[in-house]
Design a protein around this ligand. Structure first.
Ligand SMILES: O=C(O)[C@H](O)[C@@H](O)[C@H](O)[C@H](O)COP(=O)(O)O
Length: 266
């Protein structure tokens, strides 16, 4: 039970947001590397990879704390569309184009964990989900006793309907208790076939961050943070399940009129 509420940070512009997101991600990295050899994170698609690139490709202040050690990063996808890896809808391609291809050689290269391209045209994305779960099991050294992977960080977006990952409002997947990775065959946001981390995996992570910017997000953020009727939305369920482990990085237009008071700075 995570009782305490999430953190909501709001910044005047994208530069200020990116600067603080950098601090947050690198703190998560440094803490992970003090506990084990790699930094294991999952990222979403949408607008996130570009913001992440802005944060992480900015010049370092030269201290070890402010340096991304990309060669120790294992990057998974919080959700992925069932399309080839070079498809314009692929989250893998998005992350590669926005961030990975732009990392200077001296910072090293992360290990990226894509979906198995051989199965992207299957009628049912279940095999794609199962194979991705096996990849996670290998990385997280799952033994029978390991019920859930513990990501060091999961970076999420929030759709205008309150979805996050490929967990959509009202879908049965929100009740999944056992699988680590699940198949979605009917996503209201195209393309319809996707795989996604499940809610228990998301809320089990050490740190969870949402990035939500622009006036287009203010109605849904109001519902998620202020209103009872928003409490069953997927993004609100992450807040409820993970509490203070969750940090929202927003800009002023996205939280205009949101009353929720636990705001702070890093
Ligand atoms: O692959 C996807 O469709 C995304 O992972 C999805 O969950 C995204 O994060 C949200 O739709 C928010 O997208 P924006 O950040 O672009 O609003």
């Amino acid at each position: 039970m995570a009782a305490a509420s999430p953190n909501l940070y709001s910044f005047p512009n994208s530069n200020a947001l990116a600067e603080q997101l950098r601090t947050y991600v690198l703190r998560a990295q440094n803490s992970a590397l003090s506990r084990h050899e790699s930094f294991r994170l999952a990222v979403s698609g949408g607008s996130l990879p570009a913001v992440l690139a802005k944060a992480l490709l900015a010049p370092s202040n030269g201290t070890p704390e402010d340096t991304p050690q990309f060669s120790k990063w294992h990057i998974f996808f919080a959700d992925e569309r069932a399309v080839p890896l070079d498809h314009e809808e692929s989250n893998y391609r998005l992350l590669k184009d926005e961030l990975v291809a732009k990392i200077p050689a001296e910072l090293g290269s992360p290990v990226i964990h894509p979906i198995d391209e051989k199965h992207v045209h299957d009628d049912d994305p279940q095999e794609l989900a199962d194979l991705y779960q096996e990849d996670l099991m290998r990385e997280f050294a799952a033994k029978d006793s390991v019920k859930l992977p513990v990501f060091d960080l999961i970076l999420l977006g929030c759709g205008p309907d309150g979805h996050t990952c490929s967990l959509f409002p009202g879908h049965d997947l929100l009740r999944e208790k056992d699988a680590w990775v699940a198949a979605e065959t009917n996503s209201p946001k195209p393309p319809p076939k996707r795989i996604t981390l499940t809610l228990p995996v998301v809320t089990h992570a050490v740190n969870i961050a949402f990035v939500a910017t622009g006036a287009g997000k203010k109605e849904i953020l109001k519902q998620i943070f202020d209103l009872e009727e928003g409490s069953s939305l997927p993004s609100a369920l992450v807040n409820q399940g993970a509490g203070e482990k969750v940090s929202w990085f927003t800009d002023h237009p996205a939280v205009d009129g949101v009353a929720f008071s636990r705001r702070g700075s890093l």
